[in-house]
Design a protein around this ligand. Structure first.
Ligand code: TRP
Ligand code: ZN
Length: 512
């Protein structure tokens, strides 16, 4: 590969960051703040206002059957302590939602089936904007309170640890309105309405812009969607389409189900006038792509390589983990793509072989094995980036990898940056996470050798598939599989600011 080609790759990564920043700014200025709920306090990261007392602190008293307590309003993520909630484990969501695309309004009822982890008097869901009409717990109407992005549900009767519970929330309104998003930029992309369609891209915290959820990737759950839209719009979503049901008045209900658990940031809907194009990978994995009708044939053709890529990644990382793959390509100029489970989101112009490989690779690393906390983001982005380099190596020849690594090493050596396994909450999608994360994997490959390296990737996925993993989990797999003491190696690559040498390639940060 020429240097130009590798530079091009880099440009795509930088564009991603720039466009995310842009979205942040535009949406912050266009949002309405005068509706429904009080704005989150400007200082809060995850959106709780101060009324509930400190979040993410241990319960004042130990909950016990005699002394049930309120569930915590935050999960305790090291970067976003208020994301998610404590006290329960969400198992399954049923999302029944009617969407009017023109006015961009929804009417919905969402049921979360969960298991209590503590003896509880109340529990929280994350939910931003929209108007709540009714809350029920096991079919019985329940009291609730809203504060910033927190919906607190008072249980009609205390719940014991281990008990099952079903919480339903009926609501309506326009997603993304009603809170001061400028104080919580991490929520600004979620329900994306662009005139003739809707995409959903909610990483890390945008799911709560359209449904009440335990918004932390560590609480994965299965999902079922019943989405009603006006004809001729169609609905794509995660998993498999189960049924299309005529709903009268020129409307149709699309029933989708994802049998494999998902992190909330990986849930998506694609609503609009789409063509469905179905195929299979050479090895027989179902691929269903949704292209908005106006998407050019040349753009559609870019995705023809998907099946071959999918089978290649499966040969390296293990069998494709889900029931199908595909993309939803919206005719709006998104500057990013997102690896929503089984159906990645694309816009009309961020389409190229690298990004196609990157989002597909996330199905193993990010979607099947999901990061344990947001600090572990390099386990998603470093791996997906490296997987796209592996694809280039496979497709264009061995020499390309050295060129890519050389060029990116050069780039990372040229500016000070945070270490990939602790980039900071404000740098979640920065170069150190994507590029130095990928370089660290290549350095690991050179350190432990080909066989061990690919064995590590396979074993890591095999061990943690459909669950969560932390950086420590990955390091433990690498040590166990290679039989090498990699403590210093990982410390230098993942936790120290200084860019380590890659002696096997004669690369040293001192030379730059
Ligand atoms: N995870 C995306 C990727 O594949 C990038 C991303 C981060 C993103 N946050 C997002 C995309 C929010 C859409 C919306 O690299
Ligand atoms: Zn990614």
């Amino acid at each position: 590969m020429s240097k130009n080609r590798a530079r091009l790759l880099l440009v795509t990564t930088l564009l991603l960051a720039a466009s995310l920043a842009c979205q942040t700014i535009t949406q912050a200025f266009t949002v309405e703040t005068d509706r429904l709920t009080p704005a989150a306090s400007p200082t809060s990261v995850g959106g709780q206002s101060g009324n509930d007392g400190p979040v993410n602190t241990p319960l004042a008293e130990e909950a016990s059957p005699d002394n049930p307590q309120p569930g915590a309003a935050g999960f305790g993520d090291p970067y976003y302590p208020n994301f998610g909630n404590g006290g329960y484990d969400a198992l399954h969501y049923i999302i029944v939602l009617d969407a009017e695309i023109g006015p961009n309004t929804i009417t919905a009822e969402v049921t979360m089936q969960a298991a209590a982890l503590e003896d509880l008097t109340s529990l929280n869901l994350d939910f931003v904007g929209l108007e709540v009409d009714r809350v029920a717990v096991d079919g019985v109407e329940a009291q609730y309170k809203r504060s910033g992005g927190e919906l607190t549900i008072y249980l009609p009767a205390p719940l014991s640890a281990g008990e099952a519970i079903s919480v339903s929330v009926a609501y309506h309104g326009t997603p993304g309105r009603g809170v001061d998003l400028s104080s919580r930029p991490e929520y600004e992309i979620g329900w994306g309405h662009y005139g003739e369609g809707v995409y959903i891209a909610g990483e890390p915290g945008g799911a709560s812009s359209w449904y009440p959820v335990n918004e932390h990737p560590s609480d994965k759950a299965t999902y079922e969607y019943h989405i009603t839209v006006d004809d001729p719009n169609v609905v794509g979503a995660n998993g498999l389409l189960q049924e299309t049901i005529p709903a009268g008045d020129g409307e149709t209900t699309y029933v989708w189900a994802s049998v494999h658990p998902m992190g909330s940031y990986l849930t998506t809907l694609a609503i609009g006038e789409f063509d469905l194009e179905t195929s299979q990978s050479p090895e027989g994995v179902l691929i269903r792509n949704y292209f908005e009708e106006s998407i050019a044939q040349s753009s559609r053709n870019e995705f023809d390589v998907t099946g071959e890529m999918l089978d290649y990644f499966a040969s390296l990382f293990g069998p494709y983990p889900f029931e199908a793959y595909g993309v939803a390509v919206h005719d709006t100029p998104l500057g990013f793509a997102l690896e929503t489970q089984t159906l990645s989101v694309f816009g009309s112009w961020f389409i190229n072989e690298e990004v196609i490989a990157h989002e597909l690779a996330h199905m193993w690393f990010g979607d099947s094995v999901t990061l344990a906390t947001w600090q572990d983001i390099w386990l998603n982005e470093g791996f997906a980036t490296y997987a796209s380099w592996l694809w280039y190596e496979h497709a264009y020849g061995d020499g390309i990898m050295d060129d890519i690594v050389n060029d990116y090493y050069d780039v990372m050596a040229s500016f000070p940056h945070q270490p990939p396994a602790d980039p900071g909450a404000d740098n979640l999608f920065s170069d150190t996470v994507y590029t130095r994360g990928a370089l660290a994997l290549h350095a690991l490959r050179l350190e432990v050798g080909e066989d061990s390296f690919f064995d590590i990737l396979y074993t890591y996925h095999e061990t943690y598939k459909y669950g969560n993993a932390s950086t420590a989990d990955f390091m433990a797999v690498a040590q166990a599989v290679s039989g090498q003491d990699l403590g210093d190696f990982f410390q230098a690559w993942l936790y120290e600011t200084e860019l380590p040498d890659i002696p096997q390639l004669g690369l040293s940060a001192d030379d730059f």
